[in-house]
Design a protein around this ligand. Structure first.
Ligand SMILES: Cc1cc2nc3c(=O)[nH]c(=O)nc-3n(C[C@H](O)[C@H](O)[C@H](O)COP(=O)(O)OP(=O)(O)OC[C@H]3O[C@@H](n4cnc5c(N)ncnc54)[C@H](O)[C@@H]3O)c2cc1C
Length: 408
């Protein structure tokens, strides 16, 4: 491919910024334009529910590249501008400022949008969702001793917000629809660890509850009403009930979409000149042997290099296993692989009660699907080959802390 080709990236999150970086790293000398709806330099979201939310680090520390990097690399960053349509036939993108932009190759990195809760009162001014830095600022302002925060949804975001709020001495109630937080992703054994962690830090954890409405007084929410009539009083409410991939542009352009934008092993969409990376990419994973769409930081960080290599004419496939991390109070953990459901068998190496262990999710043939190390470090690189090999592993040896991973 000619290095003079024009490349447009839609979406100024981590995946978009990393795509621009990968293009220059791979020696692309043609134009690179990054269309970014937010009025900020592209930034990383994990701190928005952790250290930035807790007021421990400034926004600048979350920024992927300083403005000087875009200037030096001749990457045109269009902040506060949205793409509104793609014409794949004409190879052009329409922007919301009325202009349009021609491309030779297009990379979609439009990420996710929060799922909203369709209940009365959810539009009150002290009801918050968390996706952007503005959301994090608004939520931080609700923290403090004597303030009552109700968190709806015991997923990763809800639990991380809870930990940050408790660190600021906020009174927190979590309302979760299932029997345990994170039950669907972790299954009962490991989900219980997270439930115990939050209760030990003074959180009121209410599980298996049904929410009827948010009570309001004028524009403000005053509490969350459960089915049955009980009201949990609140000075503020955070709703964390998941996200959905932003695929409207791709879909309207006729690009194949099904739970995200469908991409092949090299992150190419159904249109050979269009690629998709990050949260939106429903990727035909060459190692896992099935499609996977991952809403995690490491995917947004690492997929762009593979997409760019393919886009510039190589045949690289993206083979990294899904990975993510979380920090809550004094618990830090990493997760690698892809467990399929709460019924997978879990093998534990270490001690659940002291929250120092590695958990493995196994299929019925004793193959490791995924692993999570909790307050145990430097093991991911030794576990990865066991997952990637997709072979049976002796569960007894796996549970034995004395058995080296390399000999399993
Ligand atoms: C608060 C929070 C904490 C998280 N913590 C963790 C964590 O601890 N570990 C982990 O692994 N993952 C975490 N994640 C998930 C991780 O941040 C995401 O997987 C990652 O941000 C995905 O990057 P992305 O670039 O694909 O999408 P996004 O970050 O969603 O960025 C997409 C960008 O595209 C823009 N955009 C969308 N449509 C258009 C358009 N038409 N025109 C122009 N721009 C457009 C959006 O405004 C947005 O800025 C967290 C997410 C959040 C919100």
């Amino acid at each position: 491919m000619s290095t003079s080709e024009r490349i447009v990236i839609i979406g100024g999150g981590l995946a978009g910024a990393k795509t621009a970086e990968a293009l220059r790293n791979h020696g692309h000398t043609g134009s690179v334009t990054l269309i970014a709806a937010e009025h900020h330099l592209p930034y990383e979201r994990p701190p928005m529910s952790k250290d930035y939310l807790a007021g421990k680090v400034p926004f600048d520390s979350a920024v992927v590249h300083a403005q000087s990097w875009y200037d030096e690399q001749h990457v045109v960053l269009r902040q506060g501008v949205s793409a509104t349509a793609i014409d794949t036939g004409a190879h052009s993108v329409t922007l919301d400022d009325g202009t349009s932009l021609p491309y030779d190759k297009l990379v979609l990195a439009t990420g996710s949008a929060v799922r909203t809760l369709p209940i009365d009162g959810a539009d009150a001014d002290n009801v918050h969702y968390l996706r952007t830095v503005e959301d994090a600022d608004a939520i931080r302002a609700t923290f403090g001793p004597g303030k009552r925060l109700v968190v709806i949804g015991g997923g990763w975001i809800g639990l991380e917000v809870t930990a940050a709020a408790r660190a600021a001495d906020t009174t927190v109630t979590i309302l979760e629809g299932l029997e345990l937080p994170l039950l669907r992703v972790l299954g009962p054994t490991i989900a219980q660890v997270f439930a115990d962690l939050h209760v030990a830090h003074g959180v009121e954890l209410r599980t298996a509850v049904r929410i009827a409405a948010i009570d309001t007084s004028g524009p403000h929410a005053t509490g969350v009403r459960l089915e049955g009539g009980e009201v949990i009083p609140a000075d503020a409410i955070v709703i964390g009930v998941g996200v959905s991939p932003v695929t409207d542009l791709a879909e309207a352009a006729g690009i194949a979409v099904d739970n995200g934008v469908l991409v092949d092993g090299s992150l190419r969409t159904s249109d050979p000149d269009v690629y998709a990376v990050g949260d939106i990419a429903n990727h035909d994973h060459p190692v896992l042997g099935h499609r996977v769409r991952v809403e995690h930081w490491a995917t947004a960080l690492n997929q762009p290099a593979a997409a760019v290599a393919a886009l510039l004419g190589g045949e690289e496939q993206y083979t990294e296993l899904p990975y993510f991390y979380t920090d809550q109070y004094d618990l830090g953990c990493e997760y690698i692989g892809h467990a399929t459901g709460p019924d997978d068998r879990v093998v534990v190496r270490g001690d659940l009660a002291s929250r120092e262990f590695v958990a493995f999710w196994m299929d019925r043939d004793d193959r490791i699907l995924a692993a999570m190390n909790v307050n145990v470090w430097d093991v991911i690189d030794r576990i990865k080959p066991l997952i990637a090999a997709r072979r049976s592993v002796d569960p007894v040896g796996l549970a034995d802390p004395a058995a080296p991973y390399e000999q399993l």
